[in-house]
Design a protein around this ligand. Structure first.
Ligand code: C2E
Ligand code: MG
Ligand code: MG
Length: 699
């Protein structure tokens, strides 16, 4: 057992053989890479242990010096072999080859090293072995990482459906990666060593060239699309070019045909109506916006036609949506064929279509086109073996006079379309400013009528009705008045339809009935207990399931007998044709309330209605009464109406009697009652009392 020859680092260094000491490479290497160098004597005791050995194996030089190699760093499984190999070298000169081996550290962990061995005889011919060990674990880690990276890349390459090309700065293809499902549908190895610009057809090559040329301007990145005919047909590819630090160019190519098709489909769905395949509201208005810009530049006009199919809802409701859909598709086709190629026809939704006509010089230029459209609809539609007649109403607005923005023009064409409907449908109407005034007036009315009841803006006026024979007041008609702060006094002709539309007619109607009955109760007490009250009922009030109960309760509350109340309805109510109207009318008749047909002569004046329902009173409209003195036709008509009513057991009220002459004729014609300015305008309560008091006095 030899003793350590030195025990300090300084001394250890003294033991460094001259070949190591003098070898610059080793010195530098030792320094830089921290190679572990250990020296052993003939008995494998440590005579040299450098700093890197301390770090690698965990023994300090002091701890290691004099210890046997196999006790320090040789793991048990190779202990015997190492000892034998060393002895064979010392005794027989059989050198130990350099090798990767696993050695043991002070903490018993194992470390892979690449070990080099040098046998060296010192001055006194003692054999010394120097081991130069390079720690492989960091190399191993890097290697493992590299392998993993490679694997990762392989997986990524496989997962993404891309084709990779590596090109030099002259577009010569140096390398590639292609999946088995090669997106080019040809073998990319054919391209190796060739210029990308030579292997692509001219169009695509030009695009590649342009983009490669501008790479440096675009921070080394460029993306573009090109089309290529490959064995399965024309495909769209997306190329992403990126300039690498060594000036090489990486191209990543992807087949984006399916994505493009899907994108286009989505785009189409967003812009076209799925039923008719016409541009939808969004696209149509977008096109209108474009047309307006051009029209402004060219100083010409654009016409917007708003079309609405007449009574389409009825067809849809009665014949079903399937037929409705077919009608819409056929309508779209008719519109398309009636127009020039450059005109746009779109579907706004439901049964509403829009047509945009450009290059119009005068609004009247739209007439032949509109006439043609209407004509197209005159032919019956043949759907599922049926022949259906479907007409269309058209509203026209023209840029710039009727609006400067798409939404203004659309709104105004819509207003004009309503006018066309009001004119009897199956026709067209041009927008006029008056329509706009109507619209804004209606909006105002709608806004103001809400809360009008709560603000106590309504007042019921009463127009007395006179018995022709006796000259006695038989009662009055309750007529509503609205005094509004912003709108002033509004006529019922104007606000009743608004109240109808908003549904407010129900509470308003209840208010009128209550007021009228409470007045009647007072009036009967103070004037004549036979007096009766006529109250107008709107169609909408019949839809109120509480109507009958309300009337009953109101009569009870006011202590008025049902026969003193006369409810006036117009033919419009009967024309709705719903069973609830019949039921309500029967229930009212059963209650004992009198029913009166108002405005007779202005609607269909259908005799069948008069026969079908038990009306007690017929009110001949003012428009006929005003003509009876001068127009024999009017007089004949009134005469016939009175005779007919009498034959059906009805009493007749003549409305709007203004002159003595009219009164005289009505008397001649046996009219029962009269109502009109000749006697009195509709009056507020106080005035009515005054009037009746005076009337009593004078009659
Ligand atoms: P209506 O029921 O036919 O009422 C008769 C209308 O003729 C009243 O107009 C009345 O003021 C007017 N009138 C009466 N005599 C003459 C006359 O000699 N000359 C002229 N030029 N006009 C005369 P008003 O009060 O403007 O009411 C118009 C319409 O509004 C009524 O027509 C009625 O349909 C409706 N209306 C009025 N009040 C109510 C109500 O409380 N409820 C419902 N649902 N409708 C009402
Ligand atoms: Mg009336
Ligand atoms: Mg009337």
């Amino acid at each position: 057992m030899g003793k350590p020859k030195c025990n300090s680092l300084q001394n250890i260094n003294c033991q460094v053989p001259s070949f190591i000491k003098g070898n610059d490479f080793f010195q530098i290497f030792n320094h830089l890479v921290s190679i572990s160098i250990q020296g052993y004597d003939e008995n494998r005791r440590v005579i040299y242990w450098n700093k890197a050995s301390e770090e690698l194996y965990g023994y300090s030089a002091i701890e290691a010096m004099g210890q046997k190699m196999e006790d320090l760093i040789i793991p048990d499984p190779i202990r015997e072999n190492v000892i034998i190999a060393h002895q064979q070298w010392v005794r027989q000169g059989i050198s130990i080859p350099s090798a990767e081996i696993t050695l043991r550290c002070a903490d018993n962990s194992l470390v892979d090293v690449f070990s080099n061995h040098i046998m060296y005889s010192n001055e006194v011919n003692e054999k010394q072995m120097y081991c130069i060990d390079i720690n492989l674990s960091s190399f191993k880690r890097v290697e493992a990482q590299a392998q993993q990276k490679e694997l990762l890349l392989q997986t990524v390459f496989k997962a993404v459906p891309d084709l990779f090309f590596l090109m030099d700065h002259n577009t010569v293809i140096l390398d590639y990666y292609a999946d088995i499902k090669n997106i080019l549908h040809i073998k990319p190895e054919m391209f190796m060593g060739k210029s990308m610009l030579d292997v692509l057809p001219e169009n695509a090559a030009d695009l590649f060239k342009q983009n490669i040329d501008s790479l440096s301007k675009n921070h080394g990145l460029k993306t573009f699309e090109y089309q290529l005919e490959v064995p399965i047909g024309f495909r769209v590819f997306e190329a992403r070019l990126s300039q690498l630090p060594n000036n090489q160019i990486a191209a990543i190519i992807r087949d984006v045909t399916d994505k493009k098709v899907a994108e286009e489909r989505i785009l189409h769905q967003a812009h076209y109506d799925s039923l008719t395949d016409l541009p939808n509201r969004f696209l149509a208005l977008d096109r209108l916006a474009e047309l307006l810009v051009k029209a402004q530049r060219n100083n010409d006009k654009v016409a917007v036609l708003f079309l609405d199919l007449d009574d389409f809802k009825k067809i849809n409701d009665t014949l079903g949506h399937e037929i409705g859909d077919k009608l819409l598709m056929e309508s779209a086709e008719r519109l398309r064929t009636a127009l020039r190629n450059e005109d746009t026809v779109g579907r706004l939704g439901g049964d509403e279509f829009i047509i945009l006509l450009k290059g119009i010089l005068d609004a009247s230029d739209t007439l032949p086109i509109t006439e043609n459209l209407l004509k197209k609809f005159r032919e019956p539609f043949k759907i599922d073996g049926r022949e259906l007649i479907l007409t269309v109403s058209v509203g026209i607005s023209v840029y710039p006079e009727d609006g400067r923005t798409p939404s203004q023009l659309l709104r105004n064409a819509d207003a004009a379309m309503y006018q066309a409907k009001a004119l009897g449908r199956n026709t067209y109407s041009f927008f006029t400013e008056a329509m706009n005034i109507d619209i804004s007036r209606n909006l105002n009315l709608e806004e103001q009528i809400r809360g009008a009841l709560e603000r106590r803006e309504f007042e019921v006026y009463y127009q007395p009705q006179i018995d022709v024979d006796s000259g006695r007041i038989i009662g009055a008609e309750a007529l509503l008045r609205w005094h509004n702060q912003t709108l002033g006094n509004v006529s019922p002709v104007e606000f009743i339809p608004v109240a109808e539309k908003t549904g407010l007619i129900v509470p308003i109607g209840e208010f009128v009935l209550k007021q009228a009955l409470s007045l009647l109760s007072q009036w009967q007490k103070s004037y004549d207990c036979r007096l009766r009250m006529a109250v107008n009922l709107s169609p909408r009030q019949f839809r109120d399931p509480e109507l009958i109960n309300f009337v009953k309760n109101a009569l009870n509350e006011a202590n008025i007998s049902a026969s003193s109340l006369e409810l006036e309805i117009t033919e419009g109510v009967l024309m709705i044709g719903h069973s609830y109207i019949d039921e309500a009318l029967s229930a009212l008749a059963e209650l004992g309330v009198l029913l009166s047909m108002d405005d007779f002569g202005t609607g269909y004046s259908s005799l069948s209605y008069l026969r079908q329902y038990s009306f007690d009173v017929l009110k001949v409209d003012r428009s006929f009464i005003s003509g009876i003195a001068d127009d024999s036709a009017d007089r004949n008509l009134v005469n016939a109406a009175i005779s007919m009513a009498h034959s059906l057991g009805m009493k007749v009220v003549a409305e709007g009697v203004e002159t003595e002459e009219q009164m005289y004729i009505l008397e001649e014609l046996n009219c029962d009652y009269v109502q009109g300015f000749l006697f009195s305008k509709p009056l507020p309560v106080k005035e009515l009392y005054k009037f009746s008091a005076n009337f009593k006095n004078t009659s």
